[in-house]
Design a protein around this ligand. Structure first.
Ligand SMILES: [Zn+2]
Length: 84
């Protein structure tokens, strides 16, 4: 892991997993959702830069998407609670 690119990828993966866990904690253990988290460029032209997209799919296959306007490594439990 001396390659800085690989290290960044590993750290990013770790933070995406951390955000998934925050989302699952927020939803509660009883609810079954598929949770996916990915890093995106913010879709808002007034807010350029990295953002985090959270996608939830429930058992009825209804999808919800949320964007947090910061990279995954800066997302906190409070950010998740404010959205979901
Ligand atoms: Zn943004």
């Amino acid at each position: 892991m001396s390659d800085p690119g690989a290290l960044r990828t590993a750290r990013d993966l770790w933070h995406r997993q951390r955000v998934k866990r925050l989302v699952r904690d927020r939803l509660g253990r009883g609810t079954a959702h598929l949770v996916s988290v990915r890093g995106i460029e913010c879709p808002d032209p007034d807010c350029p830069g990295p953002a985090t997209e959270i996608r939830l799919v429930n058992l009825a296959l209804v999808e919800s998407r949320f964007v947090i306007h910061k990279p995954a490594e800066k997302v906190t439990a409070a950010d998740v609670s404010a959205l979901i």
